[in-house]
Ligand binder design. Structure first.
Ligand SMILES: [Zn+2]
Length: 188
């Protein structure tokens, strides 16, 4: 497969970089797995994007060598990148080394990431501070005790009602110190 370079919205950053899946800070020379896709939700975006774009960068603890739950209808994948930090001017820059994983539009299973978010949290994807991608929804579920890969039945994702109370309980506990998903825990 020969993919063209997948552009970033920003090429250079002047603030410290963190993994988008955990609190690990990224240092000069660190390798990251950057997730790219053509579908996301939240803000003004409702699904399909005109083109694939880089969305999130994960440390190699959060990325476990595969697209966890490839989504039918989404082109998505991971590219391998190295972070460079120029200590003179403070600028952070990612250097793309190549695509590691890719899932085509007709590959994967049927699932709707906004439904996953709304199963776990007492609000919609539009109320999240961050946009939701298939990867970010997968990780959000995982952190709340739901590994979505265990709930695929006949090619579709079906989260049983019995998994929800535990996820909401974890969300409630986390709400006090997580800025990514901040809300009033009384809503749960
Ligand atoms: Zn991480």
């Amino acid at each position: 497969m020969n993919l063209q370079r997948i552009g970033r919205a920003e090429e250079e950053y002047t603030t410290e970089r963190y993994c988008d899946g955990c609190p690990t800070s990224l240092e000069d020379g660190d390798y990251v797995a950057t997730y790219f896709c053509d579908t996301k939700w939240g803000g003004y975006v409702e699904g399909k994007l005109p083109t694939m774009a880089q969305q999130e960068s994960y440390c190699l603890t959060c990325y476990n060598d595969r697209i966890p739950l490839p989504r039918k209808g989404t082109k998505e994948g991971f590219s391998f990148e190295v972070l460079h930090h120029d200590k003179e001017n403070g600028v952070y820059r990612f250097e793309e080394k190549g695509v590691m994983r890719f899932s085509k539009e007709d590959e994967g299973i049927e699932w709707h990431p906004p439904d996953v978010i709304e199963t776990i949290f007492p609000f919609t994807v539009n109320e999240l501070e961050y946009e939701t991608t298939p990867m970010s929804a997968y990780l959000a579920a995982l952190k709340h005790g739901i590994d979505l890969r265990g709930y695929v039945k006949d090619g579709e994702l079906q989260i049983p009602d019995s998994a929800v109370p535990t996820a909401r309980e974890i969300a409630k506990q986390n709400s006090e110190y997580s800025s990514r998903y901040s809300f009033d825990s009384d809503m749960l």
